[in-house]
Design a protein. Structure first.
Ligand code: AMP
Length: 393
């Protein structure tokens, strides 16, 4: 990577503003409880490095949506436990409390600011707000990979006013995914799932230039099935993308990229935990049913392809995996990846990362990205504004 990192600058005695991605999931019934702290633990190497090198560390992040005005206090508490020391929490972002707590920091100390999204100026990337945020510190570190695809004040705008470098998490994410995309060990297989073809078009087009095979599962498979004349019943379908699906198939053929689709599907008439399911050929689904997961034959076929791969990138579930009757395909694909220990296995964040985490398979993967949207845009080959804004080496 050609961007400066925390190791390229002297941080001793300096106030360092660190943008983390502490947008952790909270218990829906008790918003003081964090249900998965991976995004916090993934930020620890950067925080610890800065503390150990004598920086005065000012952490900031968003949590939830701007309209939610959710406090980051639960994160301050969890950080205090993980770092084994009290992490002071400022009740505001650029107000009196933030300023006085920042001024009281000694070398090696750490504090956390309130949710940057309590200010609407954050998402608006307001220059005055960015400047005020920058005035708290002398150096800016971006380690929030999960929001690196957003040009907001704390993820990009602030970099205009301070020396700006990246932390270890961004370095790791870009390093592993960048290497897989640019210099993959082959066969290189991409697995794409999720609801819509439209949200993955850019990804498919970029991957067609790089991979040997693409496995398509999830709701998006049915647009392809219909595009080649299949009967897909009530399954998800983007009728305005049928031509595009055919174009993708032609392009893949021309480039020699093999495309695999689910031969059979787990179908049901309703999406519920106790739905009655039946298996049909994915191109012969009865009118009153919907394909909601890949079927047993597809699982076997996909497993065979995954077994021989040396590099795998996976983004998007194979079915409606939030519900048990439609989760098997996603679980089996996750297991196949876990079993292929000879391959570099990369899970783009979001639903597929959540699934791998839920089934306890994260440790078996080479890399589970902390960013859903960000990893998708990275795989798409797009410039991430939060990284572009940092200083070049
Ligand atoms: P995406 O955000 O496009 O990656 O889509 C993820 C969502 O797609 C998840 O909520 C899944 O439940 C949903 N999904 C995956 N497969 C299907 C399917 N066959 N039918 C309906 N929804 C699906």
């Amino acid at each position: 990577m050609n961007k400066k990192t925390i190791e390229d600058i002297d941080v001793k005695g300096k106030k360092v503003l660190v943008r983390c991605d502490f947008n952790v999931p909270l218990d829906v019934n008790d918003k003081t409880k964090i249900t998965d702290d991976r995004r916090i633990t993934e930020a620890l190497p950067t925080i610890k490095y800065l503390m150990e090198h004598g920086a005065k560390v000012i952490l900031c992040s968003h949590i939830g949506k701007t309209k939610d005005k959710q406090t980051l206090l639960p994160v301050a508490k969890r950080l205090s436990e993980l770092l084994n020391r009290e992490v002071p929490f400022a009740k505001d972002v650029v107000g009196e409390d933030a300023k006085s707590k920042a001024a009281a920091l000694n070398d090696g100390d750490v504090m956390l600011l309130e949710n940057v999204r309590i200010h609407e100026e954050e998402e608006a990337n307001d220059p005055a707000f960015s400047k005020e945020l920058a005035s708290l510190a002398e150096i800016y570190v971006n380690d929030a990979f999960g929001t690196a695809h957003r040009a907001h004040a704390s993820t990009a705008g602030v970099a205009a006013y301070l020396p700006a470098v990246c932390g270890y998490l961004i370095q790791k994410e870009i390093g592993i995914m960048g290497n897989a995309l640019e210099n993959p060990e082959r066969p290189f297989v991409a697995i794409l799932g999720g609801a819509k073809v439209s949200s993955k078009i850019g990804v498919i087009e970029n991957l067609l230039e790089k991979v040997d095979a693409i496995i398509i599962g999830g709701g998006m498979a049915y647009t392809f099935a219909k595009a080649v004349g299949g009967k897909i019943g009530k399954s998800l379908c983007e009728d305005d993308k049928l031509d595009l699906a055919r174009e993708i198939l032609d392009k893949a053929k021309a480039k020699g990229v093999k495309m695999y689709f689910p031969e059979d599907s787990v179908c049901a008439s309703d999406i519920s935990e106790n739905a009655t399911t039946s298996i049909y050929n994915s191109k012969e689904i009865p009118d009153d049913l919907e394909g909601l997961d890949i079927g047993p034959k597809s699982i076997e076929q996909f497993k065979e392809v995954i077994k021989t791969a040396k590099t795998v990138i996976w983004n998007g579930p194979m079915g409606f995996s939030e519900l048990t009757p439609f989760a098997t395909g996603t679980i089996e694909v996750a297991k196949a990846l876990a079993e292929n220990t000879a391959a570099t296995t990369i899970i783009g964040g979001g639903d597929s990362a959540a699934a791998v985490e839920k089934f306890g398979l994260s440790d078996k993967m080479t890399h589970v990205s902390t960013g859903g949207g960000a990893s998708l845009e990275f795989i798409e080959g797009k410039v991430l504004p939060g990284i572009a804004a940092l200083n070049d080496k």
